[in-house]
Design a protein around this ligand. Structure first.
Ligand SMILES: [Zn+2]
Length: 494
């Protein structure tokens, strides 16, 4: 039995987004569990699809003793403030020093955190944890698939292991894999050689989905490389909305000897680079997407991904480009969500169900898209509290605050008071807007929606409406990217 300190600090930073992540945001969580310390870990994460939950369960099954330190996360947005980073780093390292001696440390990290003062948030976080325990103690971490992995992260951690699915249905499973890997290290296979390769082009989020090719095949190939002397292989396609030198895809391999680790990393890098052309993406203008959707057979909804206002990638959730296009097209039986606009939701609650009012929707946080002012009927109201039931958010108790369904002609929109990515059918159903019977269903999500919505969809089309998470990296005003990296598959360099 080993004594394992566990902690977590998760943020996906869209440096092009307008809203920063403050200490208060991490304290509240917003869409994630609130800040947790010590013993509260066991109840706070129970049953959730989170790496820390998967790690703790598996480590306890393997009869290790856990020492919970601190864990915090918040919704993706712009830079983490220096204050928030330093407070969290201090909490974890001080609690860790009090807990010493420990046999190992597990960290639940995202890997794409950028702070006001650090390009590589996790690299620095890992460095401080490593400094607290010394070189001999294994420090292992799970990473989001959207990690912008850096050399420093690889150097400071004993082993890094990333998710293999996008939508991330394997977050808890990844935590469990890290626990088994750590158990192996603790039982004697201690020294693991590392190989790390950055790839030469940035990969748009929409082509990273593992439910479609070529990304699905990349992960099948990755799994075939593990075994024998190769203990773990990871591929992190990266988070493009980050203006940092190390933005973009990377592969990592760990093994009993350097040659084995190098061989696995090189084979995986080659497999991906050879398929560069297959990663080129198609984004549709909203009007074109609607035209194609209504030309398809009726019966099951055609899902339109409003990918650039994905609140899971730093979108504000308050753009109305797709809603406006639906109204302009005179769309029939169209449903869209989730628009986050607390003022509109509050007004709908004042107006009341069955009554009509003029609403000024969106355009409050993201300035690249105007407010939509029009008359809508209030069709449904809720307090925004419900249990998510789909494969991605399943088990999560959503608390979105006052929520409303607004209708204008054949178009309905679900408006909430808090931001959450539209990746669970219950987000619509709980307030009386059944997603399965919509002809066209707009979701503010890039890929995570597919876990719950692809099974009920006639087809999925990805739409380019305005938003703070541009999906085509060629349109992003990068200044700090490393030299030579292509801005998209087969795209130009800057
Ligand atoms: Zn992710």
């Amino acid at each position: 039995m080993a004594r394992i300190a566990v902690a977590g600090f998760q943020h996906e930073t869209n440096t092009f987004s307008p809203v920063k992540a403050t200490w208060e945001d991490f304290e509240k969580g917003e869409g994630w569990p609130a800040l947790q310390r010590g013993g509260s870990f066991h109840s706070a994460f129970a049953g959730m699809n989170l790496p820390i939950e998967g790690f703790m369960k598996e480590a306890m099954r393997l009869r290790h003793a856990l020492v919970p330190l601190a864990w915090a996360a918040t919704t993706p947005c712009s830079y983490v403030t220096e204050d928030a980073f330093e407070r969290m780093a201090a909490l974890v390292t001080e609690d860790l020093k009090k807990a010493l001696p420990v046999d190992a440390v597990y960290l639940d990290l995202h890997g794409a955190m950028v702070t006001e003062h650090l390009e590589d948030g996790e690299g620095e976080f890992l460095r401080r944890v490593r400094a607290a325990v010394g070189d001999k103690v294994p420090v292992v971490a799970s990473l989001d698939l959207h990690c912008n992995t850096t050399e420093k992260m690889v150097r400071e951690a004993s082993v890094l292991i990333a998710y293999r699915t996008y939508p991330h249905v394997d977050m808890a499973d990844t935590g469990a894999r890290v626990a088994r890997h750590l158990d192996m290290l603790l039982k004697g296979r201690r020294i693991q050689a590392k190989a790390f390769r950055k790839l030469p082009f940035i990969m748009p989020l929409t082509v990273q989905c593992t439910m479609v090719e070529p990304s699905g095949g990349v992960y099948r190939f990755l799994e075939s490389l593990e075994g024998g002397p190769v203990s773990s292989v990871s591929f992190t396609p990266g988070f493009p909305q980050a203006d940092i030198a190390d933005c973009g895809p990377a592969v990592m391999a760990y093994g009993d000897d350097q040659a084995s680790a190098d061989r696995a990393a090189d084979a995986l890098a080659k497999h991906i680079v050879e398929r560069e052309a297959a990663f080129v993406d198609e984004l549709l203008a909203p009007a074109e997407a609607l035209k194609r959707a209504y030309a398809m057979p009726a019966g099951k909804p055609v899902v339109l991904a409003d990918a650039q206002d994905n609140t899971g990638a730093g979108g504000t959730g308050d753009t109305t480009g797709l809603l406006r296009a639906m109204l302009d097209a005179g769309a029939e039986n169209a449903l869209l969500g989730l628009i986050c606009d607390p003022e509109t939701a509050a007004r709908a609650h004042q107006v009341g169900t069955g009554r009509t009012g003029t609403f000024d929707i969106g355009g409050k946080l993201y300035k690249g898209d105007p407010t939509l002012s029009a008359e809508f009927a209030v069709e449904g109201l809720s307090d925004g509290q419900f249990l998510c039931t789909g494969p991605f958010y399943g088990g999560t108790h959503a608390k979105l605050g006052p929520t409303a369904v607004l209708r204008r002609n054949g178009v309905r929109a679900v408006v909430t008071s808090k931001r959450m990515q539209a990746a669970d059918q219950e987000m619509f159903r709980h307030v009386g807007a059944e997603p399965k019977t919509a002809r066209v269903l707009g979701v503010k999500s890039s890929v995570h929606f597919r876990a719950d919505f692809q099974p009920i969809a006639e087809a999925v089309l990805v739409v380019a409406s305005p938003g703070a998470a541009p999906m085509d990296p060629r349109t992003l005003p990068y200044k700090r990217l490393r030299k030579g990296v292509r801005l998209s598959p087969l795209g130009p360099t800057r």
